[in-house]
Design a protein around this ligand. Structure first.
Ligand SMILES: Nc1ccn([C@@H]2O[C@H](COP(=O)(O)OP(=O)(O)OP(=O)(O)O)[C@@H](O)[C@H]2O)c(=O)n1
Ligand SMILES: C[C@](O)(CO)[C@H](O)COP(=O)(O)O
Length: 229
């Protein structure tokens, strides 16, 4: 099975509140985007990458790819208003049998995790990297009071990459658009159609750079990884 990747980098970085968008922030001497793309460049299962960026940032992203010498990025295209729209734009530009969807804002992903997602999707149809939830999770009534406690052993914190047959994910996206169904990740779009998505147990280090304290945490995790190599 041939695998392509849609890497979405077209967010606004509202919660980060930085002058630059998250993919272009510095992390251990490189951009966040360079760390993310490096893992896909190193993963032999992936043959091509569609990079989805904010409009007006195509040139900036292209310059990073040129300077880093990345070889697998086949297109840099503009994204949409929501993450779901950006993924859809990326899917429409890809032609491989399998697709991995990944957040550019997760720069600690590894080639090994990407390969594990591909293998699980080849076996089960779709897969998503996730880690068991560590905290006790509460459901609120919306007015500041707890109304329930879901059983923790059933709860997983889902990450990216998530892997699918491209045609299936495209169909799921089309249906969601027709029905105005919003989803914060791609697995949700298959779940709503009753399809199975296999959990691939990942690593707590595969954090999403979301708020300012995530950058120094990511630096520490990268330094620890380099010390282990
Ligand atoms: N319209 C959007 C929104 C998000 N993303 C991407 O989806 C990933 C996860 O989104 P998130 O971390 O929420 O990023 P932002 O949308 O940039 O952050 P915020 O919600 O704080 O504005 C990021 O790589 C982001 O660039 C995207 O491609 N297009
Ligand atoms: C896809 C995701 O990274 C899985 O954890 C997450 O749902 C993205 O959500 P966000 O609201 O765009 O941060």
């Amino acid at each position: 099975m041939d695998w392509g990747a849609v890497v979405v980098a077209a967010g606004r970085g509202t919660r980060m509140g930085a002058a630059d968008n998250k993919p272009y922030l510095e992390l251990a001497g490189r951009t966040v985007l360079a760390h993310t793309l490096e893992a896909f460049e190193q993963c032999s299962a992936v043959t091509s990458i569609i990079l989805v960026v904010s409009s007006g940032e195509q040139q900036k992203a292209g310059e990073i790819i040129r300077l880093e010498g990345f070889r697998k990025i086949s297109l840099i295209i503009p994204g949409g208003a929501e993450r779901q729209d950006s993924v859809y734009a990326g899917l429409a530009a890809l032609h491989t049998e399998g697709v991995l969807v990944h957040d550019a804002a997760r720069p600690l992903v590894t080639a090994k995790q990407i390969t594990a997602c591909c293998k699980a999707a080849e076996e089960h149809g779709a897969s998503a990297l996730a880690v068991p939830v560590k905290d006790t999770i509460k459901v609120s009534d919306g007015n500041g009071f707890i109304i329930a406690t879901p059983e923790r052993r059933t709860l997983w914190s889902v990450q990216t990459p998530q892997a699918f047959w491209r045609v299936e994910l495209m169909d799921a996206h089309r249906q969601a658009r027709e029905e105005s169904a919003a989803a914060t990740d791609d697995a949700m779009l298959l779940e709503r159609l009753g399809r199975k998505v296999a959990i691939v147990e990942g690593d707590y280090a595969n954090i999403k750079i979301t708020t300012p304290e995530d950058l120094p945490i990511a630096e520490l995790l990268l330094a620890r990884r380099m010390g282990e190599e």
